[in-house]
Ligand binder design. Structure first.
Ligand code: DAH
Length: 342
């Protein structure tokens, strides 16, 4: 028994060494045959079992089996190591690892997203937070709550797409209904901007699309005046168009504000002298005004206690002005030759 124990031990030691040092597939196969083959070392040991005392056989058998398992495992891992070495060598042979890699083209946000982010950032610096509303909006929020009853003529200007079978829903024609949502969700003071997509049944041309983007703004607090509106939007114009730009506020009409105005900036191309783009030296950039008492009434805010101003601007227009883009359709064609310039 002691003898076979010794034999098994020395075979195991030799095998470990040999399987570790093997360097090629044919040498490994020769090792396998020598240890595990039909006339191999293990087989030979098994045959010697017969000549042992019956009492010693079970233990000796277990020793030999353990040795066999160890050698099978040694063979497996030697083969795996050779395979790895092999594939590395093949790659080095077939692939020129010194070639420079192919650079991956990095995407980036769409120019309209960049412009939206820029506008929102400017207002964020003045303490505004961004809120969002759904593109499918109730008729009530899109019109009635904004002081546009069913028979109101200015509904025409905000005409939109209706939803078949749901005459209480529309694709919002402006981001203004989110004012209503925000004022219902939280009591003043409020200072929000609302970026988002809007829809109108316009035919597509260089300056119109049935889908476009706006950024809405709303400030509600005690003692908010037209002076606050002018200061805030003037700051925005300076930040977006650059120092030196001038603003002017022209009286206008919106149902949801009173008084209402449109803000123009001095033409960024001719500095207000008058050119082919602006004609008059001024470029219209947004609509604004003091929140109409009827809008406050629709959301149960006391218009004796609170006042507010609101504004809305078109993102495509602002982006086109800044980057001198002459056709709005470029935004929606997704031609990388256009998009990669921003
Ligand atoms: N909703 C208007 C439009 O789409 C823009 C606008 C004008 C929004 C005046 C306002 C505002 O909040 O006070 O043309």
């Amino acid at each position: 028994m002691g003898e076979i124990k010794e034999t098994v031990k020395s075979i195991a030691e030799a095998a470990r060494q040999e399987f570790r040092d093997v360097g090629a597939a044919d040498a490994l196969e020769a090792l396998r045959v020598r240890y595990l083959g039909r006339k191999g070392v293990i087989r030979e040991l098994m045959q010697q079992l017969g000549s042992l005392e019956a009492a010693e056989r079970p233990q000796a058998g277990r020793l030999i089996n353990a040795l066999k398992e160890e050698i099978v495992a040694l063979h497996e891992s030697a083969r795996a190591a050779l395979d790895r070495k092999d594939s590395v060598a093949r790659v080095q042979q077939e692939v020129d690892v010194t070639l420079p890699g192919r650079p991956m083209r990095m995407g980036k946000p769409h120019p309209l997203t960049q412009t939206t982010d820029e506008i929102v950032d400017i207002f964020a610096r003045m303490g505004f937070s961004a809120v969002y509303g759904p593109e499918i909006e109730t008729v009530h929020n899109n019109f009635e709550a904004l002081n546009m009853p069913l028979d109101h003529p200015s509904r025409d200007a905000f005409d939109t797409f209706f939803i078949k079978g749901r005459d209480d829903l529309v694709l919002r024609s402006h981001t203004s209904p989110v004012q209503v949502r925000a004022m219902r969700a939280a009591r003043p003071p409020l200072r929000i901007v609302v970026p988002g997509r809007t829809y109108r049944p316009d035919t597509v041309d260089a300056t119109h699309s049935f889908m476009f983007s706006q950024v809405e703004g709303l400030v509600v607090d005690r003692d908010i005046s037209m002076a606050d509106l002018k200061f805030c939007l003037n700051e925005f114009a300076l930040a977006y168009f650059g120092e030196g730009v001038r603003t002017r506020f022209r009286p206008h009409y919106f149902p949801f504000t009173e008084p209402s105005a449109e803000m123009d900036v001095s033409c960024i191309f001719c500095d207000g002298g008058g050119c082919r783009v602006c004609g008059s030296g001024w470029i219209e950039v947004l609509g604004c005004g003091m929140v109409h008492p009827n809008v406050f009434r629709a959301v149960d805010i006391d218009c004796e206690e609170y006042t507010g101003f609101a504004f809305g601007m078109g993102v495509e227009r602002l982006c086109m002005l800044k980057h001198q883009i002459h056709d709005m359709r470029l935004f929606f064609e997704n031609d990388v030759r256009f998009l990669s310039q921003f």
